[in-house]
Design a protein around this ligand. Structure first.
Ligand code: TMP
Length: 254
């Protein structure tokens, strides 16, 4: 296989030039980080599972008309995506109090919120991704007011759909983080869901026991991290064909 040009390496993913203009290959690593990369580790098989889980969720969202960057899965750790201009905002949706919301506002973890809350964080590692208001986003031109209208409408639909999908497999969608990008098509521009959707950027609790089934198991040293990611995939009915034995998957060509 030909060597591919690496365009970007993040904490959990690598982006390579894609086979055609306007496409990229997104490679999912097993590396995990938390607290702005102060804590680092490896979750064996995470990349394979997140590739699958993100594929599954983006396809389901595509079916209800949410535009996404996802094109198709290429192999155990890679998917073909459309190249988009990432909007430098992490969009967080919260349904149940947890994490930084509980800490900042003193609301006990597990408190159901009176309604879903959307928060924005400016994607800037040097500034440790500070929380910002829509006013900052539009004033500094990170996104236009029309982009924000699309982002809010899409975010609410994504939250409604994913909440139902996860509840159907016995999982409460506590909160999650998503990113959006601008997809240019000749003179046309559309806001599409980008990045990934996986237990790395969602809080998922067993709906009966409230047991954590997401990256908080890594962040808080709760153990059984790999098993939690596998259980999410198992409940969604999408464990890799080869089963658990093959979670390491093929190495990428670099
Ligand atoms: P938080 O409670 O730490 O603010 O996290 C809210 C949600 O956003 C949680 O599901 C984890 C996710 N998240 C990310 O995916 N990346 C991040 O950098 C942060 C801070 C949170």
């Amino acid at each position: 296989m030909a060597r591919r040009r690496q365009l970007y390496e993040g904490k959990a993913k690598i982006l390579f030039e894609g086979p055609e203009p306007g496409t990229l290959v997104q490679y999912f690593k097993d590396d995990a980080s938390a607290f702005n990369a102060q804590k680092k580790g490896t979750i064996t098989g995470k990349g394979v599972l997140n590739n699958r889980i993100s594929e599954y969720l983006m396809l389901r969202l595509g079916e209800i008309g949410v535009p996404t960057h996802f094109v198709r899965r290429l192999n155990m750790r890679e998917q073909l995506i459309r190249e988009v201009e990432i909007i430098p905002i992490d969009v967080v949706v919260r349904n149940i109090a947890a994490g930084s919301l509980s800490k900042r506002l003193g609301i006990p973890e597990g408190t159901r919120l009176p309604r879903s809350i959307i928060e924005y964080y400016y994607k800037n590692d040097a500034l440790q991704n500070p929380m910002v208001a829509e006013e900052h986003i539009t004033a500094f031109g990170w996104a236009h007011p029309q982009d924000m209208d699309d982002i809010v409408a899409l975010t609410l639909r994504i939250n409604d759909f994913l909440t139902g999908l996860f509840l159907g497999v016995g999982i409460s969608l506590v909160d999650f983080k998503i990113e959006f990008g601008r997809l240019y098509d000749n003179d046309d521009m559309r806001i599409v869901l980008a990045d990934e959707l996986s237990p790395d950027n969602c809080r998922l609790w067993d709906s009966k026991t409230n047991e954590k089934m997401d990256k908080d198991r890594f962040r808080r040293d709760l153990g059984r991290v790999e098993e939690a990611y596998q259980e999410v995939a198992r409940r969604l009915g999408i464990l890799p064909e080869a089963g658990m034995r093959d979670l390491k998957g093929p190495e990428t060509m670099q």
